[in-house]
Design a protein around this ligand. Structure first.
Ligand code: SAH
Length: 574
């Protein structure tokens, strides 16, 4: 029972809203507050007090005994803006109650226990249909109670906290991830992954009812949930078949169509010569159910079903329609994420969201450390030291191929002298890839220097680890001849100290000694240094691997201490 205690008319009005939402579970204590709270304390497992937190604490203090037996206490302010878990966050269930109260009153839940459990992905945030005891399981999640996870397959889900595991056999609550019809009860949530594809064939003029009836019966007899249907598929020439279109619209299923030639290339158990003769493919329903899907046209090119597709309902017929159902394996997801130069406010919200959607994070220890606080509890971190980029990229791709949601992180932009290329060179069409751009060092340095990149510019890495020096030299010569502004990445390390002077020497042959040069070390990080000098005077010993060097073009100027490359139409030639 949840006791409701209020001191004022506004508080009582809020309490009535809760009582109306949960008539069976709540009891209103109508007495002077101290007395009301005392009674509720004795009789209820949980209390919602429409009181200031301070007032509630003073009233509750003499009643406190033990956190395992005391009721959970949530306070709600008079305006109904906040629902604060005050006492018994875990054992008393106050954290979960605060969330539930907040939902009813449209308030903000406030939870202050230092727990993993509060930083959870919502059950209905996954974009999948959810059925069953959502409120009860959400409360168990928030209260840190063990929850058993029972998934038919690995899906690319966000990280779940340690108390949600397949091993929690004794748990009172269960999350099932399945496309199968399962019995409902009041401690189980069923998440419906988009795993089923319904292939449909039909004669011209088939009725909506016939199509729906055939699909529904096929699903029901196979024990499959319509909520897991990803889409309905058929052959191109049926794309305008009214009965199929209306059946899809009625259920909100997208319709995907394939050329007959593509379907003809898919091996099926029940081909038909009649269909082959009229449509040019021996199978519509079975082949369309098995075809790989819409998002990845290239995966279809070979015309063979992906390894993960399995026909769970072979072709069935009614008078004018055929249907078959295939289960498709989950596709893992690889997000390649640029973290920007370092400052937290130059990390994009999209990068944060992509990291929090992942259950596995791969990256150099220093970058993982930089964003550790943003990762969801339970995130598996596969960090490593410098070097071995290939191995890091391979690890990330392999984890995605196992079906996980993986984030591969790197500084600046992950595509600039970084992990995106080795990762995508190894990734095949069995995974989804999402590259999230970041502010690369050249842009960070440019912002600190002024506007040095206002006209054509080139980025050149001086690291000859991956590229032979003669090639680097040729590119510098080209940039020099073309009068590009040049940003040097990886400019100088202890073991590589002659390349930068050599590079500057090439540029000096093509532009004046007064040409401005910007040197930016640790841009937007602790210890940031910004200097502007000239091509004639630049001192390479001030440069290291934490630095970029921006050499102006012949038109680049210093204006009021800022490096500016004119766009060309104002100050003469650029
Ligand atoms: N992906 C990164 C670049 C990796 S190469 C990006 O897009 O920024 C590593 C080189 O980048 C370093 O040697 C240095 O030249 C440059 N760099 C990266 N971050 C920097 C920063 N915050 N300040 C200055 N230079 C930086």
């Amino acid at each position: 029972m949840i006791g409701l205690v209020a001191a004022t008319a506004a508080g009582r009005a809020q309490a009535q809203r809760l009582a109306a939402a949960w008539p069976e579970q709540t009891r209103h204590y109508d007495a002077p507050v101290a007395e009301a709270l005392g009674h509720a304390w004795a009789e209820c497992d949980q209390i919602v007090a429409f009181l200031a937190v301070g007032a509630a604490v003073r009233l509750a203090a003499p009643l406190l005994a033990d956190k395992h037996t005391d009721p959970g206490l949530v306070c709600v302010d008079e305006a109904g803006r906040h629902a604060v878990a005050v006492l018994g966050g875990h054992a008393g269930g106050a954290n979960g109650l605060a969330a539930a109260v907040a939902q009813v009153l449209d308030a903000q839940p406030v939870v202050t226990t230092a727990t993993d459990a509060t930083d959870l992905p919502g059950l209905d945030d996954l974009g999948w249909p959810v059925e069953g005891a959502v409120a009860a399981v959400t409360r168990a999640l928030l209260d840190g109670a063990p929850v058993r996870l029972d998934a038919d397959a690995t899906w690319p889900l966000p990280a779940l906290p340690a108390h949600v595991t397949p091993d929690a056999q004794a748990a009172a609550h269960l999350i099932r991830i399945t496309d199968r019809l399962v019995p409902a009860d009041d401690s189980t949530v069923v998440l419906r992954p988009p795993s089923l594809v319904v292939g449909v064939g039909a004669s011209r003029g088939v009725s909506t009812a016939e199509v729906l009836d055939l699909i529904d019966t096929a699903l029901a007899q196979a024990g499959l949930s319509p909520a897991s249907v990803r889409h309905v598929a058929t052959v191109d020439v049926k794309a305008d078949e009214a009965g199929i279109l209306a059946a899809c619209a009625a259920r909100g299923w997208p319709l995907v169509t394939y050329p007959a030639g593509l379907l003809a290339g898919i091996a099926v158990p029940n081909p038909s010569e009649v269909v082959q003769a009229t449509l040019g493919t021996p199978s519509v329903a079975e082949a369309a159910a098995l075809a790989a899907g819409t998002d990845h046209g290239s995966a279809l090119a070979a015309g063979t079903p992906p390894g993960g597709a399995e026909l769970v309902v072979p072709k069935r017929k009614s008078a004018m329609a055929t249907v078959a159902i295939a289960r498709h394996g989950a596709r893992g997801r690889l997000a390649v994420i640029g973290l920007g130069p370092g400052a937290r406010d130059l990390l994009t919200p999209r990068a944060v969201a992509a990291m929090r959607a992942a259950s596995v994070v791969v990256g150099l220890d220093q970058y993982v450390a930089q964003v550790q606080d943003l990762l969801r509890p339970g995130t598996r971190v596969l960090a490593s030291g410098l070097g071995d980029e290939e191995a890091r990229a391979r690890t990330a791709v392999e984890q995605a191929q196992l079906g996980h949601a993986v984030a591969l992180i790197g500084s600046g932009d992950a595509g600039v002298y970084a992990m995106a290329s080795p990762a995508l060179a190894q990734a095949d069409s069995s995974i989804d890839v999402d590259v999230v751009p970041g502010v690369t060092a050249a842009l960070a340095a440019s912002a600190l220097l002024g506007a040095p990149l206002g006209h054509d510019h080139a980025a050149i890495s001086l690291s000859d680890l991956h590229t032979p020096w003669p090639i680097i030299e040729r590119r510098i010569t080209g940039a020099a001849a073309g009068d590009f502004v040049v940003t040097f990445y990886n400019p100088r390390s202890r073991g590589r100290d002659w390349q930068l002077p050599a590079a500057l020497q090439i540029l000096r042959k093509h532009r004046p000694d007064q040409t401005p040069v910007g040197i930016v070390r640790q841009a937007y990080r602790h210890g940031q240094q910004v200097a502007i000098t000239t091509l004639g005077e630049v001192d390479p010993t001030t440069v290291d691997m934490l630095t970029v060097v921006v050499v102006g073009a012949s038109a680049t100027r210093v204006v009021a201490g800022r490096m500016v490359t004119p766009r060309g139409y104002r100050w003469g030639p650029a």
